[in-house]
Structure formats: structure tokens, C-alpha cells
Design a binder for this molecule. Sequence first.
Ligand code: ABU
Length: 472
Amino acid sequence: MTTANTPYSHLATLMAQYSEQRTTGSVVDYKDYASLQRELQALDLKEGAQDWGSIWALVDTYLKYSVKTAHPQYFNQLWAGQSEPALVGSVIESLANTSMYTYEVAPVATLIENEVLSRFRSVFGFASGEAQVTTGGSNSNYLSLLLALHKKFPELKQQGLNNLPNVAVFVSAEAHYSMDKAMVMSGIGLDSLVKVPVDETGVMLMPELEALINQSILDGRVPVSIIGTAGTTVRGAFDNFTRIAEIAHAHDCWFHIDGAWGGGVAFSAQTRTLLAGSEMADSLSWDGHKMLGVPLMCGVLFVREQGHFDRVCNLGDTSYIFHSGAERQDLGPYSLQCGRRVDMFKMWLEFVYYGEQGLEARINHFMQLSELAETIIKDEPTLELQSTRWINNICFRSKHPDTINANDFNKTVRERLYQQGQSLVNIAYLGDDLTIRLIITNKDVTEQDIRQFFQNWLACAASVEEELLQCA
Ligand code: ABU
């Protein structure tokens, strides 16, 4: 087989074509579940025939019906876009197919991971601490809870939960749902999770936090961890980290920050102040695949003091695998995983290509576009901003005639835009009110794209309103 007709040459062509197409046309060629199932069945795949025709037909269908997450009208998630250097890193990492546990099998990847994490520890104010790559924010939040529990109760490692007192963990009522999962996975249970009310901008209320801690102590619970959020999932709110640090210190509690989304503000001088006090946290989650836009996954957990990963993750008879004995040469003993992808390679290529200045400009670009979106909403009488804008989350909705249910109305507009392939933007709830959560985090999105989004939204809202009023 010559190079010209190997699957790899076809793959290279296809990648180039898809990279062009994914930013143009419709955001999605929408089909409902049953119709898409029929399309896949119609492919008539020859299983076991070792036939490249079947493979490419399947790949084409996969791409044809995938949502174009790099499209400039894709605002649905806390990640979007495509960055070429990082994409190259992601592909090459798969091509070399190594695993991040030993220096022996991953020599260059180990050096790169150590270098990238060391640079980022400084960016996030954890220069003398440690950092570990995770599978993403949920996993980082879970790992941080384990570190907190094991610090507080060293006997946990040997005895498990048997002799543990009742504990309490405190999070914002608007924290990410991974906190609930972490409680279940760690075995301390949902009853130990205390959700602290927030103010009208989404910030955890400090007097309520203190009152709930005191009540927990009266109820016989030991406070273990307070979790602040840097950039809540819906509003993008930032908690008061300086105050949380003081409260955590007073109660001998671990202080964790979920910065999976908003931690990205650390890369810009304009936005970094939102993280004031975060350097006093015991740990901080951050995802490079969110605001920095490298391909999924690229999660990191930073810890202020060294030794915590080793205490929780370095276990069992590993003599068959870890032979180096040198600190941070075999990276497996610091991780919850065994086999692990080289997620920092793509991050490194992105960092090398754009530099700190390029990344800073990217964050500033998101904030500028978000300001524009906010202005458009405020200037348009039929739209309303539903929460103070902190960063590049914008929560808004269309106003509505009294005879129409606001939640149903806005949901219908959003779904119609999706099914017509015009845009994809998410919904969430602020209390009982549905909100449209617009996330601007694709580095290639322009002012014109933002204006286009609102033009499409308003046109669709007008036609949905007309239909609903006719039915009413
Ligand atoms: N941690 C994943 C959040 C996903 C999203 O809200 O877009």
C-alpha cells in the first residue's frame, strides 16, 4: 500500500475539509432520534469485512450529523471552537498512543506535562504546590474532596468510613452538580452536603455560610471542606475567596475552588482580579478545554501544598510498573487513573503557538464580545438581562405578552433555532425562571456573529410569538 491510498491520506483530506465546513452552513443538520437511527441503518455496514468503504461511510455520517461545535453560532456549552495547534497536539497524541504513567513509556510527554503544570501553577498562584491532570472539572472536584477528607482524617486510608464522624461540606446553591456526585462517590453521602444560598448575582452569602457551619457543628457534624466557585456554570459568578479562606481557616476546613470554567480569567490582567484570594485556597480545579479552547479533555487540579496526591493516589503493589523511584518522573502514583492520555501535549502546543499574550488577548476578546451582547440586550426593548454579567456567560430572555408562558416561549425559540440549524444556545433555570445561557468562548467568533445571533433570535421570537398568540 502506498502512502497515497492509505487510510491516513484520506483522513488528512477529510480533516482539512471538515475543518472548513464546521464553521459554515448550519450549526447542525438536525434529525430526531428515530430518523437518525434510520440513516445509520441505511448505511448497510459490512461488519467484519475489513472494508474501508463502510468505515468512511460511517465517518461521513458521523460528521454530517454532528453538531458543529466550532461554528460561530454555537454558544451552548462552556467550550467551543477549534484551535489548530491544539488540534494537531490532540491528533499526534492519539497517533503516538502513549500513557501518562511512567517516564519509561512516555519520556517526552512526562517532561512536557511537568513543564506545563509548573508554568500553570505559577499562573494560578500555586507556585510552591503541586498539580495533577484529571479527566475534567467533575473529577478534579471529586479528587479535591478526597484530599480534604484524607487530610482531616488520616485513618480513613486504612479504616475507610467505619470510624468517621458525621461530616459537612459546604457549597454554593449554584455550584456545579459534580459536587453532589463527589459526595456519593466518596461515600459520605448527600446528607453531608450543605448548599449555601446566593445573592441576586449568584455569589455565595457569607453570613449564611457561617451560620450553616455553626448549625452543622451544633448538629454534631465536622466541617471538612468549603467549596467556592470561580465562574458558576449558569451565571459565571465568582465567590468571595478572601472571606471563604478566613472562614475555612477559622474552622480548620479545606478550601477548594471550582474554577473549571472561570479559572481561565487568570490569563488576563483585565479579569484576573476576579480570582483575588484564590491563592489562599487549598485546591483549585481548572479545565484548559473550557475558556482556553483546546480540545476536550484538559483538566487540572492545583493544590497549594505538596504531598496530597501521593497520600491519596499512591497505593498498592506497583512494583510491576513504576520503576523510576524519582519524584515526578513516573506520574502514575499522583493520579486517580492508571492509563491516562497525554492531555497536556495539546495544551503545550497551544501555549507555545500563542504565548501568554495570545491567550490573554483571547480572554479579553471574549469579554469584549460579551459586553457587546449585554449592550444589545439592554438596548432591545423585547429582551431582558436576567442576571448581572460577570464574565462571558450572558443570561437573558425575550419578554413576552401576558397570555404566553415565558418559560415555554423562550424554550420554543431556542429549540426552533437549534432544529433549523441557525444557532445552539443553552437554557438553564434561575429559580423558577428559564434563562437563555449564552456562552461566548470560541476564539473565532466576531462582533458580526454576535449581532447575527441576536438578529436570528429576534426574528424567531417574533414568529413564535405570532403563532402562540394565534393559538391562545
Ligand atoms: N462542566 C461541564 C459544564 C458543561 C456546560 O455547562 O457547558
